[in-house]
Ligand binder design. Sequence first.
Ligand code: CTP
Length: 396
Amino acid sequence: MTFSGRRVVLGVSGGIASYKACTVARRLTQAGASVDVVLTTSGAEFVRPVTFEALTGRPVLTSLWDRGRALDHIRLAQDADLMVVAPATANLIARVAQGIADDVLSAILLASPGKILLAPAMNDKMFANPATTKNLDILAARGWKTVGPAVGDLAEGESDQPGRMSEPEEILVEAERLLRSGGPLEGKRVVVTAGPTREPLDPVRIISNRSSGLMGFELARAAYAMGAEVRVVAGPTVASPPIGPILIRVETTDELARAVAEEVQEADMLIMAAAPADYAAVDVSTEKKPRGEGTISLVMKSTPDVLQSTSGRRKVGCYCIGFALETGDGLDRAREKMHKKNLDMIVYNRADQEDGGMEGRNNKVVLLTGSSEKDLPVMSKREVAEEILQTALIDA
Ligand code: CTP
């Protein structure tokens, strides 16, 4: 959604990580961006221009002297919504920090009035060199953003120091965040809970529920893309956590309650998408209970209502969103929960509806606030997350 119809210039300088720029170019194009790749001479030694032309469906700029394209670099710099440089080598970083524009990519970067994201990639010693640190500080002071570098394998072998270029997925997450920067969630602290909790019966058996964690993770992802500082408190999930937000793993409802009580104190927004187990066993056996014949009975006690218990702990002005998972027509029950738990919004969804609720990729929800009711059609959980946040921002 974010990249659709946007103009992105992807600068590729020469390092072994240049091959990963192909994935960045492809993903941006698939997301609907118009991608102009600008290759340095050494970048073109690693990946041929024709590869990027095939991936983006657009001509690639490799030199200031391409015939008939003399002013293209200035036009590209001015028209771009975002510039991403991946990989950004130590040499490129040094040249642009000093204002040198001796090739097409450095010239575009110097002429760019807009948002720039660098993905540095180099030998770990080169990255640790004070010259590189200083050059990156200069660029940061100019408002340029960086992603990575990460710790991990380099072309020359393993390293436990940063130097390796961030993975394309991570670069795309930061590119989206930069593109969307300047909105109302920028710099705000958002706490999201996700997934089920599980309560032990003995060392091997648990009681849990079907929550995959996807809805909460999509909310965390969307809030991060909108510029928020996001903490996600998650139980054991099937879905993978999003890149960007800080992840706090918990197992039981008690652990969730403790983590949320801690995190909510600084939260500007709390989104309780988790499905905590409502009951825990009174006696948890330390030994695996042997299998027997016939039936067994479990004595269980209710767990704390995490959301309700935050009511007195929330920061003044904290916008609070809960979920109500119901079977049958539960709109009134959802509204009751909203008042009882002192919420600004409740997301009503049905556990007994196809394409709704816990396990799928889609959801069908009604968003209830103090002043509005929005009955949404079936959508992907990613789209639902956007709708929830947009509605919250209007309502807040
Ligand atoms: N919730 C919570 N702590 C619990 C149970 C639920 O914080 N122990 C939160 C959920 O994350 C959700 C909201 O409360 O945001 C409503 O959850 P739901 O399961 O629909 O309702 P319950 O309060 O558990 O009530 P019931 O099971 O009776 O429907």
